[in-house]
Design a protein around this ligand. Sequence first.
Ligand SMILES: [Zn+2]
Length: 183
Amino acid sequence: MNKENYKKRKPRYNLKSEFHRRCDQLVNHSIYDPKTECWNWNGSTTGKGMWRYGALNVSFDELNIQRGIRSHRLSYMIFKGDIPKGMLVLHKCDNTLCCNPEHLFLGTQNDNMLDAQKKKRLPSHQGSKNANAKITEADVLEIRKLKKAKTSIPAIQKRFNLGRSTIWHIINRTTWNHIPEDI
Ligand SMILES: [Zn+2]
């Protein structure tokens, strides 16, 4: 989602002006990268290295938030919805400072560890050169799930825009073998 268009998108929570002010803050404190479409958080951060996240203080009675929150989690809550208890908000783009809601998905702590493993294995600058980097761990899980549900290979290919052999390698675990069967 282009930052300039964010206001056209209907936020899940359409509450008070304070809320919209925070939306603005979220967008104004991030720098849009047209190449990756990431919203790179440019405000305060918390954590170090690959665990570095955007941080801000918010107080929304309606959202039951009165504390510091990580910017990507706030983005998820604003644009996508509630974060169930115990769930983490993970990045498809492997960029922990990114707040683009379209790059965010829910996962467990286990998913987060897998994500971290992947980052160590594949430094981000290599990402675009590596064919596997087009696929996220969420995609791998989804592809394997679809195959189990007897979805045809051509249908999976079409959905993920991947070659037949790439799909088979994922299913047969000759690639992405570090991702367990069920998480
Ligand atoms: Zn991103």
